[in-house]
Design a protein. Sequence first.
Lengths: 188, 187
Amino acid sequence: MKIPVSLSNRHIHLKQEDVKKLFGKDELTFKSDLSQPGQYACEEQVEIVGPKGSIGKVRILGPTRPDSQVEILTGDTFKLGIDAPIRESGQIEDTPGCKLVGPNGEVELDKGVIVASRHIHMSDKEAEQLGVKDKDVVKVKVGGDRGLTFDNVLVRVSPKFALDMHIDSEEGNAAGVNRKGGEGEIVS
Amino acid sequence: MKIAAGVSNRHIFLSEADTLTLFQTLDVPRRGRLGQDSYYTYEPTVDIVGEKYTLKNVRVIGPPRPTTQVELLYGDCIKLGIEPVVRHSADIKGSAGGVLKSEWGQVRLQEGFIVAARHIHANPFEASKRGLYDGQIVSVRSGGVRGLVFHNVLVRVEEKAVWALHIDLEEGNAAGLKNKELCDIIL
């Protein structure tokens, strides 16, 4: 069974009060749907500022979350001078922070900057078909002339999820997966 | 079988003619030696000017080659608005072209913009010691949290080569692999 592979560029999830501080309003503006039901890209963008540099026009994803979280690329960690660890989304204890600059104001995060770890979203039914369960760690092979096999891919099962593997754009570029997405296969 | 990674950012090799156009001399001030002993970087850099985007301050590697070749990252091609073609060095037929610009001049290339294919450098002694041969395709495993296996890695046996796995910066970042870190060749 083939698994669709989607690429994420650097992006930010915000908590409600940070939306207010950065944009001076309560609601984010819907731009387009993402692969997971209910998740969407917003029109809003901010600048990430670190001790060594900054990166502008970084996309906000909605809806808001309990904690703000900044997902950057490994290459960005050098540009920004922020030594962000590889983490699963939501696991931001003991991670570095950064400054976010929006059109209405700034937010100083004391934690939340991570490089997202590879994972596959799937429904219970898809997990059963693939013979895996929530929190399994699998290998996924992507073909082509830049073919490679990703180790340490976390399986995340929820009735709310749609089958999709998420890697960041550097991982996608390393595997020659184009922007429209690719496909992979779980291997042993 | 262990091998150290050599991680490359985007870079350019220039022909003599293009070196003269861009730098006005063949005796370009040098900056530092590279992992492969006979190569070095130049002090001045070049901008790659695309229709949609300009990549600034791109490193140039000497000595000059018969043909100019621009080795881009996959993501650079997307920013520049050109098709990323993964090729081995010198195999540039039908690849995209573009404009290189320096403080002193500019050249327009019809082709030569490639994404470098992964490869292993070995000299004949190193290769035979390990049972590897020129043109062989192997896989290479890198460990750690971002562990992965690179497939389709070409072995290139050349007289003066220094034993190393060459990958680009995005491949290095995807694997959480830094320059000179060790990987395992899987036959």
